[in-house]
Design a protein around this ligand. Structure first.
Ligand code: WTA
Length: 650
């Protein structure tokens, strides 16, 4: 974030207290904070009893005897799928819609909780028939269709550990995740619809699986009916196998600390980290936050989270939180602007969406398109709006509330991460007097601080690094197969505290403003991509000798990827062709979301005398700023060359 944007942020003094009517009906009041403060573990103990159904009670709420390896609800046993599905049917809500699914071409399907129960049971039986057992890993590479949630819940039901890989990732990204988790099964589809076209998924799976000896079977949902290659010894159609299974399946309880899933996220090195989450604590905190942050009323609300299930937001706020709470939700397959820019608002109107959870990038895009498009739809059903994934600038926040929320709905800016599993810092819509641009307060039960380089808490009005000072139920338990990296990445920078990798500032009231990543992780449209990952993809191209990548601020996507490359002599002097070739190469290696916005072919990169690339200077160039201090450069004249090269590059 530029320093201008930063100081604008801190001069933001508009306040939006909840209306008395909203506060009066809200699930949470201020006593929730007091209760949690008085006895944090007793608070979580009570939430776990209130919100989930357990087969066996726990002996201890938290075992923190071997930090940073936490155990929550020690000895407790539960079945996650039973909590998300069966118990709602048993409570008489079998006819309630769980998922209103809207396909991009306009087809739709509504599944009640009873439907979901039947499908999850069948899918669980199918997994068992394929030899999948408790503890086995299953990779899921799917479009946004109900079967994706069914597949995840079926894994949870039998205690298999799912690893969902975003359908926009490349075959190579899928392969490396399959390999790291040693997945035995891949669940996929022939394809999904994006911008009016059937986008294929199966070919990427075929390519990845050909190089993945751990994979025994591939289970394929038929969504688009496009042609697919078929390997009879390996591939199985979902409708043939799952459809033939019994609709009965008895869920067994699993240990609260058994793994529920692995989800890969970018770190500061090239290799993505497999973030491990477990059954009890994760389900509890997703259910708790979903109920209180969105003020969910399961009987009457229609909730819609626009994320893709391939990201943590989809895991926690499409699958586990809402379903644990027995919510009715919308799931949408496609892009926001197909067949035209008002598609989302049509969906809101069609289903009477009451709670909308989306990302600042989307909000800023709609803002650019103008008030008229949403203005033509009836959005009066909306009552709570949420934001996640990156800092939301106050103007986008205000627009969201004014145009989408009719200047009436609370807006909750929710800060959290793949690693935290669930929302950590956010206003409570019936309690907090909201400040546009600030996530404000750790939720009841969560303890966060802003500290300086030395790890000392900064006074109000100052900035530093965000840390979490107490363990929380949905915290990651480790990085899959790499406890050392878990300790090094999160628990070593500040002793005994979790380092989130985000910069933050506390205002004069002690409210927290998140300022973006402080490491080499970029945030592009709310997606985390590491600079090193993109650099490795670039240097894997035969024409590239060296590459340096930075995230430059971007008015719509938050950050845009800007790459500086040195070509090998044989590659000539670059030009538009090579730039396009390299952009496509990155898309092939990682996925289209990682395509650099700009690639600059340069003769040199700015390096310190010890050979470290000075990204700070490259960021100055990419953001058209005056250059910072160049004294530590081995060759200070390099920057003149690069800045000159900027003009005219594509
Ligand atoms: C950023 C997404 C500011 C932050 C749930 C964090 C945010 C990273 C916010 C995690 C927010 C997420 N305000 N920044 N409300 N929410 N971030 O793992 O930099 O994809 O570290 O999880 O997104 O991204 P992840």
């Amino acid at each position: 974030m530029t320093s201008d944007a930063l100081s604008n942020l801190l001069h933001e003094d508009r306040r939006f207290p909840p209306s008395p009517e909203f506060a009066a009906q809200a699930n949470a009041d201020a006593s929730l904070y007091e209760e949690a403060k008085a006895d944090r573990l007793a608070f979580w103990d009570k939430q776990a009893r209130d919100l989930l159904s357990w087969e066996t009670e726990w002996d201890e709420v938290l075992d923190w005897s071997n930090p940073p390896f936490a155990k929550w609800f020690v000895g407790g046993r539960l079945n996650v799928a039973y909590n998300c599905v069966d118990r709602h049917v048993e409570a008489g809500h079998g006819d309630r819609v769980a998922i209103h699914w809207e396909g991009e071409p306009g087809d739709s399907r509504s599944l009640t909780y009873a439907d979901l129960q039947r499908e999850v049971c069948q899918a669980a039986n199918a997994l068992a028939a394929l030899g999948i057992q408790h503890g086995d890993r299953v990779a899921i590479y799917m479009p946004m269709i109900p079967e994706t949630a069914v597949a995840m819940l079926a894994c949870a039901r039998i205690g298999a550990i799912h690893s969902v890989v975003f359908g926009g990732f490349s075959a190579e990204a899928l392969r490396s995740r399959i390999e790291d988790a040693e997945a035995k099964l891949v669940i996929t589809a022939d394809g999904g619809y994006r911008r009016g076209k059937a986008a294929a998924l199966k070919p990427a799976v075929d390519e990845a699986v050909a190089k993945s000896p751990s994979v025994e079977k591939v289970l394929v949902v038929c969504r688009t009916e496009q042609d697919v290659e078929w390997d009879d010894s390996r591939d199985v159609w979902w409708h043939e196998l799952v459809g033939a299974q019994s609709e009965d399946h008895t869920p067994e309880a699993h240990d609260a600390e058994d793994a529920l899933f692995i989800l890969y996220t970018s770190g500061t090195t090239g290799k993505p980290k497999g973030i491990k989450h477990t059954c009890g604590g994760y389900l509890l905190q997703t259910a708790y936050t979903h109920r209180y942050v969105f003020d969910l009323k399961p009987e009457s609300d229609v909730y819609w989270c626009t994320a893709d299930v391939g990201w943590v937001t989809g895991h926690s706020y499409i699958v586990y939180g809402p379903l644990a709470n027995g919510a009715t939700q919308v799931m949408y397959e496609g892009t926001p602007d197909f067949p035209e820019p008002g598609r989302w608002w049509d969906v809101v109107e069609k289903y009477g969406v009451t709670i909308l959870y989306t990302a600042p990038t989307a909000i800023r895009t709609f803002m650019k398109q103008g008030d008229e498009i949403p203005g033509r739809r009836n959005l009066s059903s909306l009552r709570v709006l949420g934001s996640v994934g990156e800092p939301i600038n106050p103007e986008a926040w205000i627009w969201y509330r004014r145009v989408i929320g009719a200047d009436r709905t609370p807006v909750v800016d929710t800060w959290w991460q793949t690693e935290t599993g669930a929302i950590m810092i956010s206003p409570l819509p019936g309690v907090t007097s909201a400040k546009p641009g600030s996530a404000q307060t750790p939720l009841p039960g969560i303890v966060a601080q802003v500290v300086n380089e030395a790890g000392e808490e900064v006074p109000d009005g100052h900035g530093g690094y965000l840390v979490l000072t107490e363990p929380w139920p949905s915290m990651l338990r480790t990085i899959w197969g790499d406890d050392e990296r878990f300790i090094d990445t999160y628990w070593s920078r500040f002793e005994d505290r979790y380092f989130a990798g985000d910069g933050a500032k506390k205002d004069e009231d002690g409210d927290i403003w998140l300022l973006g990543r402080v490491d080499d992780v970029m945030n592009v449209s709310g997606h985390r991509i590491s600079t090193t990952e993109v650099e490795s993809a670039l240097v894997s191209h035969p024409k590239v000798a060296e590459a340096a990548v930075v995230g430059a601020s971007d008015p719509t996507t938050g950050q845009g990827i800007v790459a500086f490359v040195i070509l090998r002599a044989a590659a000539g002097d670059g030009g538009a062709d090579v730039v396009q070739e390299l952009r496509n190469h990155v898309a092939k290696e990682i996925g289209p979301i990682a395509k650099p916005r700009q690639i600059m072919v340069v003769a040199e990169l700015p390096k310190t005398r010890s050979g470290k690339i000075m990204r700070r200077l490259l960021r100055d160039v990419a953001e058209n700023r005056e250059l910072g201090d160049v004294q530590t450069l081995a060759d200070p004249t390099v920057m003149n060359l690069i800045s000159k090269g900027m003009s005219g590059s594509s």
